[in-house]
Each structure stands twice: as C-alpha cells, then as structure tokens.
Design a protein. Sequence first.
Length: 443
Amino acid sequence: MLGRLLKPFLPRGLYWRAALIVFVPVSTILLVVSVTFIQRHYDGVTRQMTANFVLVGDYILDRIDAEPDDVAARREAVALAQGFELNVRVVEAAPPSVGDSQLPFYDLSGRLALRELESALPELASVGIEAGQVSMWLRGRHGFVQLGFPMSRISARNPHQMLVLTFVIGIVMGVIAFLYLKNQMRPMARLALAAEAFGRGQTVPFRVGGATEVRAAGRAFLEMRERIERHIEQRTLLLSGVSHDLRTPLTRMRLALSMLEDEPEAAALLADVAEMEALIDRFLEFARTEAVEPVEATDLSALVAGRVQEAGRGGRPVVFVGGCDGCALPLRPQLMARAVDNLIGNALRYGTRAQVWIERDGPCAVVCVEDDGPGIPEDQHAAAMRPFVRLDPARGASRGSGAGLGLAIVADAMRSHGGRLELSRGQSAGYGGLLARLVLPME
C-alpha cells in the first residue's frame, strides 16, 4: 500500500533510483548521529562546565558574605574578579530575570546551562543574557552579588560546527559516490540503447564494460543479437532458396499451359500458377522486412504522396488528402514504402475506394489510410496483425487472394521504426471502413 502511494513521487530511471538507495541511508545515518550522539556529547560537556562554575559561584558568594561590612565586601569582589577573570560586583538590587528567552531556538546547550544554574544555585535571584554575555545575581549578606562572564564559561559553544563539518563531508563524499555511480550506470545505459536500437533493426557498436554482472549481461546481449541475426539471415536465405526452387517448375508449368490455349482448363490452371507466384512474392516481402536497410532522413509527405500516386495509376480510386509540413523523419524508405503500399492495396482490395492523409499527434507523425470496406471487428484487431491469419468473414476473402501477411508486414515495419500500427473504424463521410494508422515517432 505504501509503495503504491510513493510510486508517483519516486524517480523512474535506474540511475536516480540507485542514487536514492545510496544517499538516503547515508543521509539518515548522518542525521541520527548528529541529533543523538553529538547533542548528547555537548550536553554532557555543558553539564560539567556548569557544575564547575557553580563551585566558583558558591566560593565567590561565601568569600563575600564572610566580609564584615559592605566596603570590605566590595573590595573582596574586586580581588575575586581579578583572580577568576570575571566581572564581580556587589549591588543593592537585581533586575527581573529573563532566563533563556534571549537565546536562539537552536542554542540547546545554552538553555541547558541556564537550567543547570537555576537548579544548582538556590541563591540565584536573576539571570540575563546579552550579546553572548551572561549576567547573574546571587542573594548575599551584603546585597546582591553580580557575576558577569561570557556564555562560553558554562556552555559548549558552536556545536553547529560539528554539524556543518559533517554535512560538508557528507556532500563531498556524496558527489564522489555520485560520480562513481554514474560511471557504473553508463555501461547499462549503453546496453539499453544498443538493445533499443536493435529492436528497431539497427545494429550499433557495443563494447562490454562495467561491473561483472553488467559485463555478463552485455555478453549475453551480444550473443543473443548474433543468434537473432543468424536466424534472420537463415530465414531469408531459406525463403529465397524456396522461391528459386519453386519458380523454376512454375515457369515450366506456365510455358506448358501457354501451349494449351484451346483447352478449357488451361485458363484456370494459369490463374492458379499466377496465384502461387503472388504468394511466393508475399513470402519474400515478409522476409525482407527484417533485412537491414540504412536509416536516412526522409520527407514523409513526399514518400506517401508518391506511393499514392503510384497506386492511383490506371484510374484506381485512391486519393491523398493532405500531408504534414516539416515531417522529415529518420526512416528506411523502401521498408516504409512497402508498408504504405500494403495498406493501400488492402484498402482497394476490400473496399471500392481509399483516402490517405498525414497528421500530427503530439511527438508522432501518423499516416492514415481509410477505406469504405466492411472493416475489421475490434476484437480481431490483434489477430489481424499476426502473420498467416486471414479474417475471411470480416474482410471478404472472395475479393482477393492472399496469405494473411499484409498487415503483419506493416506491423513489423512499424516496429522496426520504433512505431506501431493501429486499427480502428473510420469516421469519414463516405468511407467508414477500416482506418489503419501508422504511428511514427518524430525523433
């Protein structure tokens, strides 16, 4: 329960969380030591100093009371003042006591010293403090004996110096620990950046470093990256080899069927051969989404407008509604073009017309493709983006053939760009079919 309440106020990054783990216990220890040990130490010293001064005060009062008259008492007071380096006088009246009201709130030792004087000297009539000087009046046989002395005679002064020294040393050591912690976190940050870049299809240089555990994680990441790259390469080579092996007999079949133009089954068999070739092309296209293509700054509006213009050749009903000014993004142009082509192709296959536009959504640029087809039910959006899944009842399979790879290719392309594919129901007048949104981060 407490963790959930504090979670919104705690830092989210590992670097600052580790800093809290280091600094909070150290700060707590310094605070406890400062408040308990240091204060108790100064309290003990103050009690000792006050007790010693009480003996001095009793001795001075006894010596002055032992004199036979006031003149002798004043003469003795002057002698005692020189001997004890105090201001000693015999006066007739004492002012009202002000106690520790003139002490600052943080002077705990001074307040303790005055309380000790009041409890140990029953003859104490009044006490006052001004500019660090204490004046106290003791009741005597010849009047009131006034004693003036600095506060340092009865109280351990400047206890805050120890606190300041502890605080300064704590800050210096905290900065040093902060720098060392930053050096330890830097390899982890590099590992996170390398993993994030690899998730987008980029292979950035990464050197193993840091503590033993971080080095182990870095080596495991490099091995995993190599295995994934080998797997992608093997899959691409496998599909390429299958494509090559299948195209040769398909070509022979096409040639043989072309010589049987008069046969009634020839046209149907040629259509089957064309469909098989199209499926092979789709498999290869799906495999090529993992191929490494260099990232370059690309004008998204120009790229999408060019793909719409290419798709609209031959009178196909697709229009480009509007672009986005200043949408120059780091993209893989060919991969992005294939994704837009797939969306436009799906829109025209399952609908009668389509429209394309680009909009800004916070820090992201969004390419929207909307058709007037039947759309996809909301509970099947996730399934539609998985490879080899065909939603025949929802999308009318009779309108076109496919292997269920169109949206999967688009989703993979978006993941490699650090974006995502979103599906929803269109709301534009005259359309209202499937609305596919390609969400791309601007940075």
